[in-house]
Structures are given as C-alpha cells and as structure tokens.
Ligand binder design. Sequence first.
Ligand code: MRU
Length: 356
Amino acid sequence: MYVAQPIEWTDRGVVMLDQRRLPGEEVHHTYTDYREVARAIREMVIRGAPAIGVAAAMGAALGVLHSPAKTVEALRKELAEICATLYQTRPTAVDLRWALDRVCERFTELAAESGDLAKIRQEMVAEAKQIHLEKKATDEAIGRFGAEFMPREGQVMTQCNAGALATGGIGTALGVIRVAIEQGKKLHVLVPETRPYLQGARLTAWELHKGGIPLTLITDNMVGHFLKTGKVDAIVTGADRIAANGDTANKIGTYQIAVLARENNVPFYIAAPVSTFDLSIPDGSHIPIEERSASEVTHLQGVRIAPDVHAAHPAFDVTPARYIAAIFTERGVARAPYSDSLRALASAALPATSAR
Ligand code: MRU
C-alpha cells in the first residue's frame, strides 16, 4: 500500500514534500540550513505533530552539522540557539519539544563522552535519523493496538490528516485504519474537509486515494448529519498534545465531532504516540492553542472568499477526556481514568517493536 514520505534525511540535506502544494503538485525542497527548516515548519511545508518533531530533530542536526563552532562549549551554545529557533515555530504540538529535548540530551551525553566535534556532529545526525526510524515503528504499533477497535466492516470518520504525511511513518489515526484494512477489515473512511486549511480534503483524501483506501469526502458541517443517520461506526483522530487527565488537543473541529459522537453513541478514539503526552500539565486548559493567520479563513488558496472583516483562526481545540473512549499508543491502549492509564503507559518499558 502506498505510504507518503513527507521528510527524509539525505546527503544533500533534509528533503521535504511541500504539503502546501498537495494535491495539485508533488514538489520537494532540500534544506541545508536549520533556519529554513524552522520556516518550513512555521509555513506548513511539513505539518502534523510527529512529523514536526522529526523535522525539528533533523533541523537541529543540520544546525550542528554546519555550525562553525570550534569547541564543544561553542557548539553547545549554538545548539541552544538552534533549538530555541525551532521551538518557537508552532506552539501546540508537544512532539516538537519532545524531539528537541531528546537531541539536546543526546548532545549532553556525547559531550560528556568526548570532545571530538566530528564525532558529535555525526552522532547528532544519527540521533535525528533514529527518531524518524522510531516514528515508523511507533505508528505500526499504534496501528496494531487500534485496529482491534475498528469494526469488521463499516464506516470510520477521521479529522484533519493524521496519516503518513503527518508522522513520517504510516500515520497514527490513518495507520489504525490502514492496519485494520491489511488485516482484512472492510472499512470506508469518512473524511471531513477540515476548514480552514483543508488538511482533510487536500491531504487525507489524497493519501487514502493513493493508497487505494475507499473514502467519502464531506464538508465539516455534514459531520452531525452522518453521525445522526447511523452511517458511522467509529471515529479515530490524531492528537497534538494530551494532558495528564486525558484532555486532548487536536485540529480545530475535533471537539465538536467528539461531542456529536457522544450524542449519537459512536465511539470516539485518539491515536497518538506517548511523545504526544504532556503529563506536566494537569488538564487541557493549559494547552497553548496556536492562533494562525486570519487570511487562511478569509481566503482559499489565495482567493478572497469573505469581505475584509475580522476573522478568527484558532488552529486547534481541546476535547475533554470524558468524550474519549480510548487512546491508542505504541505501548498499549489507555482507558479512563486517564490520569492513571496515561501515567502507567508513560513509564512503561519501550516496546519490543522499537527500532533502536
Ligand atoms: O496544523 P496541522 O496540520 O499540523 O495539524 C495536524 C493535526 O491536528 C493532526 O491531527 C495531529 O497533529 C496529529 S498528526 C498524527
């Protein structure tokens, strides 16, 4: 089955598929400077929480690789600046912080082991590539756990794009659907277009269609109708940040889908890696919500569709834990009470599927 490749480390630099140009064109860019990677994240060349983490790690590795620093201390200072730049790109997806913390910890380990700058540079690149590799294994494990919850035959709704384009693996929510189909389940995917940035219409529809997975694209205001008329057996979405009590931030519109799911007795699931947990915050009210440009609301692909009025664009919303039937992770399935189950999964041993 076709798996999109949003990002790759190559000898020429970090190659990204420009997701802003999909589905019309498949254009790739090669970045050799970490500032370009930061801009690519901010401007949505690459998006989706786990993929942003991979991009940040590769950006940090590029920064270290091309740094003029002549001593470990100078490189340490520069890495702090590089990470600060990458960290400021998008505020909601916690995978970004997770990946940057991890590369910085690796630097500390390497610097303590030796002062060999060439070796440190090489190992930092290896760490970024390792993070990417692990994301692939993580998605597959999430897919296996989540597939159990998919109906043998029926219709599954998602939101935004939580597929290969969003992770660098097979996807989280779409990974669950993909594994279920590979296991012989007969699933049809209902894809809300996900205004204003249209990740559903542009990216999920593209990815599923290329992979031969049957889908129906709907507009966001059709969600209630389809849930009410009994045409949906389950919903599975990704996540950008999961608080200690299970409250989950995901693409704007996810909250209303979850509430309507409860009203219509449709199970609403989240599929996300443990790196998306933020157990340092007690609940969803502490999750920073990215406010993006209003022009993404007033314009569609550069064409004005509204008068020149004030428009709001919170890019994410928070679904309270009480609406979530289960959270699929690479280490197992979390159920309510999430304050216990998430903590247990966070401290569980690495899965046997880990690629390291
Ligand atoms: O603004 P985006 O496109 O980065 O938002 C992406 C989402 O909300 C995804 O659902 C989430 O990151 C999970 S991706 C596996």
